[in-house]
Design a protein around this ligand. Structure first.
Ligand code: NAD
Length: 260
């Protein structure tokens, strides 16, 4: 078991990629806290995990843009389980629009969820990781941490920003045993992507099938979606990697859409 009794917080874990990561960590013996805006879905995920893997799991009502809610959530985890070993800052949303029509309020909301969320959750867990001289922080980036696409000004900006934040934390945390890495998935079929298909079709004036086959998968090696399980495997690799040999890095899993 690669994460036996490790305390793991996964934000946005009530759905999609985060949910798969929480399940994968629990399968490896981790104790998992499912932090999400959607507390009903988070409670259900935690109870499914307890039943399926016989490990401890808790749901946390958390808006990652609220310093108070983030700090309260992390405090609850530390009260219950003593520390935090792994943070996956994964909560995210997507808003697509051409820049001249992109509402400033939407821009600020996107940056708040992706960047403030990563900053606040990292800031809250790091003292516990420093105290025990070990911890792994994982940010959910995207191929859009490396590439741009039309209509995604805020998303691409935020996902690029995560690389910078991760590298700073890697440098600050290195001597204190804390490593930080970024996962960069290609398109994964989750509610976040399902919502964009009709929106992009409308904006680009093409069919929904073309959005999938050309915009989303056109540059992959095999026109296949990356899966939540693929990303959970990468998240396990980063979480369980024990030394600073692997820090400040980003790993792309995108069926070859993006290569470097
Ligand atoms: P999803 O919609 O299935 O899940 C996102 C979860 O985040 C939901 O449970 C939602 O309630 C939660 N959430 C949203 N705002 C929140 C907030 N303010 N505080 C706490 N929780 C909040 O989406 P997903 O596809 O699983 O996306 C997860 C992450 O993966 C995001 O950061 C996304 O940008 C990234 N990502 C997704 C894809 C993809 O193709 N699906 C590709 C690359 C990166």
């Amino acid at each position: 078991m690669k994460l036996k009794d490790k305390v793991c917080i996964v934000t946005g874990a009530a759905s999609g990629i985060g949910n798969a990561i929480a399940h994968r960590y629990a399968a490896e013996g981790g104790k998992v806290a499912i932090a999400d805006l959607n507390i009903d879905a988070a409670e259900k995920a935690a109870s499914d995990i307890r039943e399926k893997f016989s490990v401890e799991a808790m749901a946390l009502a958390m808006d990652v843009t609220s310093e108070e809610q983030v700090n309260d959530g992390v405090a609850k985890v530390v009260d219950a389980w003593g520390t935090v070993d792994v943070l996956v800052s994964n909560a995210g949303i997507q808003i697509v629009n051409p820049i001249e029509e992109f509402a400033f309020a939407d821009w600020k909301k996107m940056l708040a969820i992706h960047l403030d969320g990563a900053f606040l959750t990292s800031k809250a867990v790091i003292p516990h990781m420093y105290r025990q001289k070990s911890g792994s922080i994982i940010f959910m980036g995207s191929v859009h941490s490396k590439e741009a696409s039309p209509l995604k000004s805020a998303y691409v900006t935020a996902k690029h920003g995560l690389l910078g934040l991760s590298r700073v934390i890697a440098k600050e945390g290195g001597k204190k045993g804390v490593r930080t890495n970024v996962i960069c998935p290609g398109f994964v079929k989750t509610p976040l992507v399902d919502k964009q298909i009709p929106e992009q079709a409308k904006e680009l004036g093409i069919s929904e099938e073309e959005v999938v086959s050309k915009v989303m998968l056109g540059q992959t090696v095999d026109t296949e979606f990356t899966t939540v399980e693929d990303i959970a495997e990468v998240a396990l690799f980063f979480a369980a990697f024990e030394t600073n040999a692997l820090t400040g890095q980003s790993l792309i899993a995108s069926h070859g859409w993006c290569m470097e």
